[in-house]
Design a protein around this ligand. Structure first.
Ligand code: CA
Length: 248
């Protein structure tokens, strides 16, 4: 029965894990982000027992690096991380890897409202302490969901098209050559076209820092983007002391 399953949409669970390990279907890659070693290791062991290909990291920076190295199908993301706010990691993961499902694990029930109500991109959440059976059911449910439409990977604003999957940007038919951070910045601004994106948020999501001591790097990237987008119908508007907005 597993042979008929698509590798991108496997229905994995329980005893079927053994079938996965035999190599008939590639095991879905699950990235566990949890700074509590006891919880993280036991979670990873249980998921491996279910047949998933599990990687475990203990901070947000490593989570992004691991996802960059091999894009996971699903991320179990603890919100209380030592280095970066978990919600920021959640947004960054979704921005870069639109097809990755994210289940947020939070210690506080009231945080759950923020997770589902805000633009974090989280697909689901569980609150600590959670029952393993419930968590595994949610993991299975996420992996059963069909992959998001391809359209969600690209953003069109005026004559600008930003394709997050291939990390390329076009003005009309012309490709705009962008450095990696320029692409991240443009993708972030484009995904909130018409709305202001604060400098704090840009520093967090593009440069992965909340250090605002100098944002000269940001200003330089904006200036470079403006030159590269000179022929486009979109423009980057500066809101002094606040942030930037991409306008059509
Ligand atoms: Ca934690």
């Amino acid at each position: 029965m597993q042979n008929a399953q698509s590798a991108t949409n496997p229905d994995v669970g329980g005893r079927r894990g053994a079938v996965l390990r035999s190599g008939t279907v590639e095991a879905p890659a699950v990235l566990v982000v949890e700074d509590d070693a006891t919880i993280g290791e036991s979670l990873a062991a249980v998921l491996r027992g279910e047949g998933y290909d599990v990687r475990l990291v203990t901070d947000g920076g490593s989570a992004l690096a691991e996802a960059e190295a091999a894009v996971p199908e699903l991320v179990l993301l603890d919100l209380g991380l030592p280095d970066v706010d978990g919600l920021s990691i959640c947004r960054q993961l979704k921005m870069r890897f639109a097809s990755t499902r994210i289940i947020v694990v939070t210690a506080r029930a009231d945080e759950a409202d923020v997770v589902v109500g805000f633009d974090t991109g989280a697909d689901d959440y569980v609150t600590k302490p959670f029952r393993l059976a419930e968590l595994l059911a949610r993991v299975r449910a996420q992996l059963r969901k069909p992959a998001p439409e391809k359209e969600s990977d690209s953003i069109t604003v005026g004559d600008l098209c930003v394709d997050r999957r291939s990390r390329r940007a076009f003005v009309g038919d012309e490709e705009v050559e962008l450095r990696p951070k320029e692409f991240d910045l443009l993708a972030l601004l484009a995904s909130y076209a018409g709305s202001v994106v604060t400098r704090e948020r840009i520093m967090l999501e593009v440069w992965e820092t909340d250090w605002l001591g100098t944002t000269k790097t940001l200003d330089m990237h904006v200036s470079s983007l403006r030159k590269k987008l000179a022929a486009s119908s979109v423009k980057i508007t500066t809101l002094r002391h606040i942030g930037y907005r991409l306008d059509e």
